[in-house]
Design a binder for this molecule. Structure first.
Ligand code: DX5
Ligand code: ZN
Length: 236
C-alpha cells in the first residue's frame, strides 16, 4: 500500500506494526502517539466501538480528526459498529487512510467496499474468530486488507486465540492464488511471542495495544515487537 499523502510510506517494509491506541492513556494521547511513531510503528490503529456490535464504546470521527493533526502515520480505522455504511464519509473527512468494516454487519459487503475505495481509502474487511474465511472468498479480489481477529472484539488486553493461527495460514494460501496483494492484518493479544507466531503463519500487519501501551517502556516494547517480527519474516 502506498500513502502518497503522508510523509511516511509503507513501501520499504513488508511486515508492518500498527499501534492500537485503545490501551493508550487518553489524557496523554498525543504524547503516546508521538512515542510510538518515533519508536518505529507503521500505523496508528483506531478501534471504533458502538456498544451495540461490541459491548464497549470508544470514540468516533471527531477524536480521529484531532489524532490526524498530531501524527504523519497512516490511520488504520477498525470499525466495530453495527451500521458502518452511515459513517464512511465522516471517517474519510476525519483523515482515515485504511477503513476496515466487519463482514458480520455488512449484508452488501461488495457495495460497502466499493464505496470505501471510491472515497479514496484502502478497504479492509474484518472477521470475528468464529466467522469462517469462506465468507470473504468472493470479496478478496476487491479488498486491500483482510483483518483476522485473534480475540473476540470489544476490549484490549485479551488472550490470543491460538486456533486462529491456522486461519491465518489458510488466508495466506487463499491470497497466494490471487494475482494481487491483500494484506493480512491480525488483531488481538499480540505481544513479542504471538508476533513471532503470527508472522510465521503469514500475517503482514500486526496490531498491538496493551503489549505496547501498558509496558513500562513504550518505546522498548515497540522495538521488541518489531525485532521479533523481522526475525521471523527473514526466515520465510
Ligand atoms: C479489540 C481491538 C484491538 C485491541 C487490541 O477489539 O480490535 O485492536 O485494541 O488490543 P490488545 O493488543 O491489547 O489485544
Ligand atoms: Zn482493532
Amino acid at each position: 500500500m502506498n500513502f502518497k499523502r503522508r510523509r511516511k510510506t509503507l513501501l520499504p517494509k513488508t511486515i508492518k506494526l500498527a499501534a492500537s491506541i485503545l490501551s493508550a492513556d487518553f489524557a496523554h494521547l498525543a504524547e503516546e502517539i508521538n512515542l510510538v511513531e518515533k519508536a518505529g510503528v507503521d500505523f496508528i490503529h483506531l478501534d471504533v466501538m458502538d456498544g451495540h456490535f461490541v459491548p464497549n464504546i470508544t470514540f468516533g470521527p471527531a477524536v480521529i480528526k484531532k489524532i490526524r493533526s498530531v501524527t504523519d502515520l497512516p490511520l488504520d480505522a477498525h470499525l466495530m459498529i453495527s451500521e458502518p455504511n452511515r459513517y464512511l464519509e465522516d471517517f474519510r473527512r476525519a483523515g482515515v487512510d485504511i477503513l476496515t468494516v466487519h463482514q458480520e454487519v455488512c449484508p452488501h459487503l461488495h457495495r460497502t467496499v466499493q464505496k470505501i475505495k471510491r472515497l479514496g481509502m484502502k478497504a479492509g474487511v474484518a472477521l470475528n474468530p468464529a466467522t469462517p474465511l469462506v465468507t470473504v472468498e468472493e470479496i478478496l479480489t476487491d479488498i486491500d486488507l483482510l483483518l483476522i481477529m485473534t480475540v473476540n472484539p470489544g476490549f484490549g488486553g485479551q488472550t490470543f486465540i491460538e486456533t486462529m493461527l491456522s486461519k491465518i495460514e489458510r488466508a495466506k494460501q487463499m491470497i497466494r492464488k490471487l494475482d494481487r496483494t491483500v494484506e493480512i492484518e491480525v488483531d488481538g493479544g499480540i505481544d513479542g511471542l504471538t508476533a513471532e507466531e503470527t508472522t510465521r503463519a503469514g500475517a503482514t500487519i500486526l496490531v498491538s495495544g496493551s503489549a505496547i501501551f501498558h509496558a513500562n517502556d513504550i518505546s522498548e516494547s515497540v522495538k521488541d515487537i518489531l525485532k521479533k517480527m523481522k526475525s521471523e519474516s527473514k526466515r520465510d
